[in-house]
Design a protein around this ligand. Structure first.
Ligand SMILES: Nc1ncnc2c1ncn2[C@@H]1O[C@H](COP(=O)(O)OP(=O)(O)OP(=O)(O)O)[C@@H](O)[C@H]1O
Ligand SMILES: [Mg+2]
Length: 215
């Protein structure tokens, strides 16, 4: 049995009203052909709290987190997340980002920000940059400035340093890293950009004692 499935939720306000429930789970059930790990699940996750999911091996903890993150379609039941709240998930697939650079992988933790950065870079790299592209670039710059009131790369580096992923590794491809190094980068990815809701399934697996204390 392991305690290390965590759901962390930040204290937030919408307008001047504090948000009461960040995630609401209604009548959730999970049915596989040969078993029913849970049914009639009704839960409200409130801001400012950290929740642990405990259960025997195979009880359905990881599956529950995957349902919350939208990774698995559920039926029956309903999950609602307060609009505007950003959820980040510690990725379990250690090969998913093999063809991305380390720093880029961390920034990909904030998908919206990363997509704008990518679109902006592609636009500026165009040889036939025209006035329409100029208008689009201005729009993207405004969206970027709204999201990125900090420097994405510097912040990604700041997350990697205490995990002992030094500068020399930052421009390497993920597939060039060891398993332990990859897990650390994926942890930095989940934490990047200060998400409102953070889902972590066994985050301390493969981490050394120094990284666990930092975490
Ligand atoms: N798509 C699926 N079809 C059928 N059974 C599945 C499917 N996905 C998961 N299971 C089964 O559902 C059960 C719950 O799996 P899950 O990985 O969520 O458990 P867990 O509580 O996270 O276990 P562990 O403590 O080992 O991490 C397991 O018995 C698993 O084999
Ligand atoms: Mg599990």
């Amino acid at each position: 049995m392991s305690l290390y499935r965590l759901i962390l939720i930040r204290e937030v306000e919408l307008g001047s009203y504090p948000v009461k429930h960040m995630i609401t789970v209604s009548n959730l059930a999970l049915q596989f052909s040969d078993k029913k790990p849970f049914e009639d699940v009704n839960l409200k996750f409130t801001p400012g709290n950290c929740y642990g999911v405990i259960g025997a091996n195979g009880a359905g903890k990881s599956t529950f987190l995957r349902i919350l993150s939208g990774d698995i379609d559920l039926s029956p039941g309903d999950i609602s997340i307060t609009p505007g709240q950003r959820m980040a998930v510690l990725k379990q697939d250690h090969y998913e980002f093999d063809n991305n650079h380390v720093l880029e992988t961390v920034i990909m933790g904030h998908k919206e920000l990363f997509d704008i950065m990518t679109e902006k870079d592609a636009l500026y790299a165009k040889e036939d940059f025209n006035s329409e592209d100029g208008i689009k670039a201005t729009e993207l710059e405004e969206m970027f400035a709204e999201l990125d009131d900090w420097d994405a790369e510097t912040n990604a580096e700041k997350l990697l340093m205490p995990l002992n992923i030094g500068k020399k590794l930052h421009s390497k491809y993920m597939h060039e890293l060891t398993g332990t190094e990859k897990v650390k980068v994926l942890l930095a990815q989940a934490l990047f950009g200060n998400p409102d809701i953070l889902l972590l399934d066994e985050p301390t697996n493969h981490l050394d004692i120094r990284a666990i204390s930092w975490f």
